[in-house]
Write a protein that binds this ligand. Structure first.
Ligand code: HEC
Ligand code: HEC
Length: 226
């Protein structure tokens, strides 16, 4: 099989690139991502890596989250929703709009393989933490409110449509939570799963409650071990 190697030169990229994997000394050499030369690998490299990073590690400066922890099912649903306007079409959803524009030409044929490539072939990212909060206090909220759907270990539950939260960027956990609270995500009439999350979001309306829960979530081991 033809292999497509993407070499990520991380040296010299420490301040300007915004990638979240750059702050651990062990990643300072280079990350090599070997992907099959499949059509989805080419779509990834040509249409996605510029924002999400060659290894899917995310880029905070662009608001593009790490993608390597959510399941294939969840990623495929989000991609379909961006393409069809169920997500990212709200007039105040700036980040969602940037994403939706980037996948406007994606066809249903491409989506399952592309989602599987992200969830299984890209190396699991190890996002740096930026948000501080009281993780012990956050654990109480998490166990009582979030675990019913996102599971006790934060690895999500596909049967309920609830994605893995462990291993996501903490800044993205915060901004996506806020987008449900603000009604820019989860309010489209066809967004069955988004509506469940949007109904639940006001349970944590106070800013530092969210930070505490996020501080706890970042202590949970991700679904795919780095
Ligand atoms: C112009 C930059 C840009 C490009 C190019 C781009 N994205 Fe995104 N993507 C974003 C941003 C910004 C978000 C966050 C949206 C939000 O905050 O709601 C995002 C969100 C996502 C999400 C949702 C993640 C989640 O946890 O719900 C998926 C999945 C995704 N992108 C996949 C892709 C794929 C696959 C491609 C290539 C076909 C791609 N993106 C191209 C900027 C981009
Ligand atoms: C009733 C079930 C339910 C509960 C309880 C719940 N969620 Fe969710 N959550 C969901 C579903 C379903 C989704 C996926 C929605 C979608 O597709 O947009 C989701 C999505 C999310 C996302 C977006 C993830 C991403 O990758 O974009 C975040 C962040 C989140 N939930 C955080 C929380 C937190 C924190 C709690 C506890 C305070 C919580 N959720 C409680 C069902 C739930």
């Amino acid at each position: 099989m033809r292999r497509l190697a993407i070499l990520l030169p991380l040296l010299g990229c420490l301040s300007g690139c915004g990638g979240d994997s750059t702050d651990s000394p062990s990643t300072l050499s280079a990350i090599t991502v070997a992907l099959s030369g499949s059509p989805s690998a080419q779509i990834w490299q040509g249409q996605c890596a510029a924002c999400h990073g060659a290894a899917g590690e995310g880029n905070r400066a662009l608001g593009a989250p790490a993608l390597t922890q959510p399941s294939t099912d969840y990623l495929a649903r989000q991609l379909r929703h961006f393409v069809s306007g169920v997500r990212g079409a709200h007039p105040d959803d700036d980040a969602g709009k940037r994403m939706a524009l980037s996948v406007a030409n994606l066809s249903e044929r491409d989506i399952p393989d592309l989602a599987a490539l992200i969830a299984t072939e890209l190396p699991p990212a190890q996002p740096a933490t930026a948000i501080t909060g009281d993780a012990a206090r956050g654990e109480d909220y998490y166990v009582n409110i979030c675990s019913a759907c996102h599971s006790g270990n934060g690895q999500g539950n596909d049967a309920l449509g609830a994605p893995s939260l462990a291993g996501l960027n903490d800044w993205y956990l915060k901004s996506s939570y806020q987008s449900y609270l603000d009604g820019v995500r989860g309010t489209h009439p066809d967004d069955f799963y988004g509506a469940q999350m949007a109904r639940l979001a006001p349970a944590l309306a106070k800013g530092d409650d969210i930070d505490d829960v996020i501080a706890f979530i970042t202590t949970l081991p991700p679904r795919r071990a780095p």
